[in-house]
Design a protein around this ligand. Sequence first.
Ligand SMILES: CCCCC/C=C\C/C=C\C/C=C\C/C=C\CCCC(=O)SCCNC(=O)CCNC(=O)[C@H](O)C(C)(C)COP(=O)(O)OP(=O)(O)OC[C@H]1O[C@@H](n2cnc3c(N)ncnc32)[C@H](O)[C@@H]1OP(=O)(O)O
Length: 201
Amino acid sequence: MNAAQDAAASYRGPTDPPADAVLPERHPDAPQPGKGLGTHYAQCFGCGEERPEGLHLHVRAGEGVSVTAEFEVAPGHQGAPGLIHGGLLATAFDEVMGAVSWMLHVPAVTGRLETDYVKPVPVGRTVHFSAWCVGRAGRKLYHRAEARLDGPQGLLVARAAALFVAVKLEHFTSNGRAEEVQAVLEDPQTYRSLKAFELNP
Ligand SMILES: CCCCC/C=C\C/C=C\C/C=C\C/C=C\CCCC(=O)SCCNC(=O)CCNC(=O)[C@H](O)C(C)(C)COP(=O)(O)OP(=O)(O)OC[C@H]1O[C@@H](n2cnc3c(N)ncnc32)[C@H](O)[C@@H]1OP(=O)(O)O
């Protein structure tokens, strides 16, 4: 190994858990494996049922601190003719890795998201996502994800790594546009799930 290879092998980037990271345990109230997580916000582009143009990802709990989801690539998702837009795949990764934090009952936002595009993804195929946590160091959560074609064991088409940062619910209430924040706080179902995060961390 030359010096450059050596440096590359020992490189630890911002999405790699530091030496003091621990593997967190799933929250006792996290849904059982196979159960849907539901949407965290009805207007979410990734999982909301009220956004017609959204991805409508249905995320399910996996074993431990992991989740799975599927998504059918539609003509509206194209970047090149008949192929998915890469940014859209990154969006889907953001959503499924965000849901991993849900398994910990930790409200968290994406700090950094890295995507490796391995193979092109054609329209009309189904992308199967799996995502899991590889460590927590203080407020920082380290997640990984994979996307495979047509089945959970299908061809690997993309991989992702992310750093999420745990935030207080105030992050959303004080930064979001007032009309949407107000609407969500008045919606009893969302309010209940937000409160569950606060009261039962
Ligand atoms: C009322 C409505 C509520 C609705 C929401 C409901 C529920 C939410 C709950 C669960 C969500 C469930 C599912 C999620 C589904 C979808 C996922 C989509 C997720 C997103 O789509 S979300 C949008 C994109 N996202 C942002 O909009 C973030 C913008 N950003 C910021 O808001 C700040 O930037 C923040 C908060 C990230 C940090 O700010 P901060 O001031 O709190 O903390 P600070 O800067 O000290 O960082 C602390 C430590 O993280 C390290 N760190 C931070 N960023 C880093 C980076 N990029 N690279 C390397 N390290 C980084 C620092 O180096 C330090 O590390 P150290 O502690 O070691 O020094």
